[in-house]
Design a protein around this ligand. Sequence first.
Ligand code: NAD
Length: 257
Amino acid sequence: MKDQVIIITGAAMGLGFAAAEELAKKGANLVLVDYNDESLDKAAEDLKKNYSGIKIVTVKADVSNEEQVKNYVDTAVKEFGRIDGLYNNAGIEGKQASITEYDLDIFKKVIDINLMGVYYGLRYVIPVMQKQKYGRIVNVASVGGIRGVLNQMPYVASKHAVSGMTKNAAVEYGKDGILTNAIAPGAILTPMVAEAFKQVNPENPKAAEEQYAKHNPTRALGDPKDVGKLVAFLISKDNGYVSGQTIAIDGGESNMY
Ligand code: NAD
């Protein structure tokens, strides 16, 4: 992926960082975006240390802030003159609570980041890709974007919306050489999922993790590196015709009855 330019949001840790590593390994130039600037700088330092010959730019931005999204897109164009791929990954889980007891401020925050953040990314990156007549976009949904998940209604609503926006972007911009897909990870062991297990069993999060893994056909949680590899394919020129799909990466769990 030499000379390709890929923007990754939520790049400081978890699935964003794992994809950054995979893409750096393949020689892509990266624009790393996150609102946690300390972790973002550390992530960029680690990548620079391990992968030479690529250019890495960091931009501090909250994806739920339209102006800050516009700024990360403008920065990418200023630095590189083009954008080949957008990994629209930043997202939060919110707190776990039943529908009738859900805190409304947290509900709105989940929608602002997971839905509007992905939308703003599409809104400002697509015109750049249209001019190039080329682009690859990977939005991050979740198995919560194809199934209901107990006590996570705002998250599930936002991730179904990501899947819907993915279909629309594929339908509207395929003519411009832009392929848009979403991924739907199951439980992948990142800091976000570790936090969810703490909420389920504050005394013994490891037990919650093991209990959860038991229900997976593979009896294991996912590895962020595997997600990075799927993203690296979908966001590259090797993907010539897959578009509008929400691809589960969950060890087969979402097929179980
Ligand atoms: P994580 O919490 O480990 O990392 C998320 C990163 O995004 C962090 O660096 C955080 O600072 C950043 N971020 C969060 N909100 C942001 C915002 N408003 N603006 C900019 N940066 C922001 O989470 P993760 O597990 O890596 O999750 C990444 C994405 O994958 C999310 O959209 C999440 O919903 C989705 N997902 C994860 C799993 C999983 O099992 N880990 C499963 C399904 C979906």
